[in-house]
Design a protein around this ligand. Structure first.
Ligand SMILES: [Zn+2]
Length: 159
């Protein structure tokens, strides 16, 4: 079984999750709080001198001058999938002790099975590395459509 972050504990059921994450901006704020719980940092150079645009979605590093969203440098990068769908998927996957198939996840959050399959594989990677950070030195593995199944090691995901 996969467990996710201290944040996970605040959601006791699906209604709670939906209320806490009513839209994409709420999901972005939720994930930002997880990823930057020690403070904001640039995913490109690590600088902590980060400016925030008023839309609360874009940020800019005052050292390397690059702009980025909170998804950059994480397993959520380079996917069109919204953070709200990601957060819902994490909650669903971690709530189903026997694991979840891509067909189930696709149906539950309204994405294609191919998308759900990609999501499950990335969440599986996060469970393995105990982090939402995107590994820089290797391709993200896509070999199974199943996460947190029987016999999967207990692990935690953190920012
Ligand atoms: Zn930077």
């Amino acid at each position: 079984m996969v467990k996710v972050t201290p944040k996970k504990q605040q959601f006791q059921n699906l209604v709670h999750v939906m209320n806490a994450l009513p839209d994409q901006q709420a999901a972005i704020a939720n994930f930002t709080a997880i990823r930057w719980k020690q403070g904001a940092f640039c995913p490109h150079c690590g600088s902590v001198k980060v400016y925030h645009f008023s839309d609360k979605r874009r940020h800019k590093c005052s050292d390397c001058r690059k702009r980025f969203s909170i998804k950059v440098g994480t397993i959520f990068e380079d996917s069109k999938i919204g953070l709200r769908e990601w957060m819902l998927a994490i909650w669903l996957v971690t709530s189903h002790n026997r694991g979840m198939t891509s067909a189930q996840l696709a149906k539950d959050i309204g994405v294609t099975q191919k998308t759900a399959w990609l999501m499950l594989n990335r969440l599986r990677l996060a469970a393995q590395t105990k982090s939402f950070n995107r590994p820089l030195d290797r391709e993200i593995e896509v070999d199974e459509s199943f996460i947190g199944g029987k016999g999967a090691p207990a692990s935690r995901i953190s920012g």
